[in-house]
Design a protein around this ligand. Structure first.
Ligand code: C2E
Ligand code: MG
Ligand code: MG
Length: 487
């Protein structure tokens, strides 16, 4: 082979090698490309899938609200510095939509409501559906009054939302509970407090709003430490549930005008439990069980009867007892007063409860007064009271809550409301009684205003009936305080 031929062979070989290499790389690049495309597709699918999964986790299945699972995440990611709040909402009587129009209709209503609520959420507010017809709104950086206003707006949105089912307009109202989220509180706690307020709203008949504060919080704590109903029944059977009495004084003459019977559970170990520890269990679970104590109250009434014609025994009556009773009208009144002497009996009804069912209250009060029983409105000032609606109820006495009396004499804060109440009492003819008089200073202010009937630790604590009966019948009335006649 000539050197030319050799070179040609070599060149051909090199060329073939290059072509093979080029072919090889071309094939690889192609494969790579399709692998890359494949990867891109797969990534896209994964991210779509991811998004779908995230959506499933973060959003409720049925509505556009956020899910319960996401709530946990969001809650943990926010500083719980005492500036956030929770609104817990529940539709009233939602079950009847499912029962009456079918589940599809129920779902449609829930979706429409969720849409309305979500659109109404402002920055810092997140709507969640907890399941069923329960919704929550988490509010960041707010105050309780602001959260209450927002809850009102949300409740109104629910009531306004209606769907058309075969020409029938279907809508439901809602109840809501509002609670501030305390510093460092966990989600379970936050939901628990808001739910307690919701429970109180439902208890009041629905289409209502409550806040976990004051009375709701108090009864919630009491309920949490309440004894079991069985313990209560046993205590009543063993006659451990009894009454103490606390005298009520006319501070002008330093004489008791009556006593208030206050229920106590004197346990076998001698411990005396206050009503806040057991009253809920007693009234809520076994409404009739309170009746045996009417016997005890009539004993007290008889015991104190010798202290004067107008000397009275005041008994507290729970509105829940009235509601739970199967009796109505005169039968209920008979059941209530038993063989108590009406002329020596005062029934105290807590103001809050009176307002909640004002028609029924008015009717019962009129029946009681027809029988000659005097009626007092208890804890006045703790509810949504204003002096207006007081004029629509026919009562003989108004007992001012101790929270108004406590600070009298230290600051001028509550003096003006007491003055207004006093002047109203004069034109309308009811008596005003101040509860919780603990200091000389508050007694002085009360006398200066013209409120002379008072009850409180300064004048005498609740004791067993025998204790007070002995003292009062010996004329040892104003024992713990030198009561003054007004100048
Ligand atoms: P209430 O009817 O407003 O009774 C007054 C409460 O104030 C009593 O508490 C009494 O011990 C307390 N108190 C009296 N003077 C003072 C004072 O100077 N300072 C302070 N800080 N407190 C004073 P108690 O006996 O614990 O009763 C609490 C509530 O339980 C009563 O409030 C009443 O609403 C309810 N209750 C008591 N007995 C009965 C009952 O037989 N039936 C029903 N349904 N409720 C009752
Ligand atoms: Mg009372
Ligand atoms: Mg009271």
């Amino acid at each position: 082979m000539t050197s030319f031929n050799t070179a040609l062979v070599l060149l051909t070989l090199v060329g073939l090698g290059c072509a093979a290499a080029a072919l090889y790389f071309a094939i690889r690049a192609d494969r790579l490309k399709s692998q890359l495309l494949d990867l891109r597709d797969r990534l896209a699918t994964t991210s779509r899938e991811n998004k779908r999964l995230m959506h499933m986790v973060e959003y409720d299945d049925l509505t556009s609200a956020r899910s319960r699972r996401y709530m946990r995440e969001l809650f943990a990611s926010k500083p719980q510095d005492g500036k956030n709040a929770m609104i817990f909402m529940d539709l009233d009587n939602f079950k009847s939509v499912n029962d009456g129009f079918g589940h599809r209709a129920g779902d449609t209503l829930l979706r429409a409501i969720a849409d309305g609520l979500r659109k109404a959420c402002k920055e810092g507010e997140v709507l969640f559906r907890l399941g069923g017809d329960e919704f929550c709104v988490f509010l960041e950086n707010t105050s309780v009054p602001e959260a209450v206003e927002r809850a009102k707006a949300f409740v109104a949105i629910v009531s306004d939302c209606r769907i058309d089912i075969d020409g029938v307009q279907v809508r439901r109202t809602a109840s809501a509970g509002v609670a501030r989220i305390d510093k460092g509180q966990d989600l379970v706690g936050a939901l628990y407090y808001a739910d307690e307020a919701l429970y109180a709203a439902k208890q009041s008949g629905g289409n209502a709003l409550r806040v976990t504060e004051g009375e709701t919080l108090r009864s919630m704590i009491a309920r949490r430490t309440s004894p079991r109903p069985e313990d209560m029944a046993e205590a009543i059977r063993r006659e451990e549930v009894t009454y103490f009495v606390q005298p009520i004084f006319d501070t002008r003459i330093g004489k008791a005008v009556g006593v208030e019977a206050l229920i106590r559970w004197v346990r076998s170990d001698g411990r005396v439990l206050l009503p806040e520890k057991f009253l809920d269990a007693m009234i809520g679970n076994q409404a009739r069980q309170i009746i045996p104590s009417v016997r005890a109250t009539s004993n007290i009434s008889t015991q104190f009867a010798g202290l004067g014609d107008r000397f009275y025994c005041a008994f507290n009556i729970s509105s829940r007892f009235l509601e739970a009773s199967a009796l109505e009208g005169s039968d209920l009144i008979d059941d209530l007063i038993g063989d108590l002497d009406p002329a020596r009996t005062v029934l105290e009804l807590v103001e809050n409860a009176a307002i909640q069912n004002i028609e029924k209250t008015r009717y019962l009060l009129d029946l009681l007064r027809e029988r000659g029983v005097r009626v007092a409105l208890d804890d006045f000032g703790t509810g949504m009271s204003n002096l207006h609606w007081l004029s629509s109820l026919n009562v003989d006495m108004v007992k001012i809550d101790k929270s108004f009396v406590r600070g009298l004499g230290e600051t001028g804060k509550d003096t003006s409301i007491l003055r207004a109440l006093h002047s109203m009492s004069q034109s309308m003819g009811f008596d005003v009684i101040a509860e919780g008089v603990e200091t000389e200073a508050s007694l002085e202010v009360l006398q200066e205003i013209g409120i002379y009937t008072a009850q409180g630790y300064l004048l005498g604590r609740p004791e067993r009936p025998d204790f007070w009966h002995a003292r009062l019948s010996q004329g040892m009335d104003g024992i713990s305080s030198p009561m003054r006649r007004p100048a």
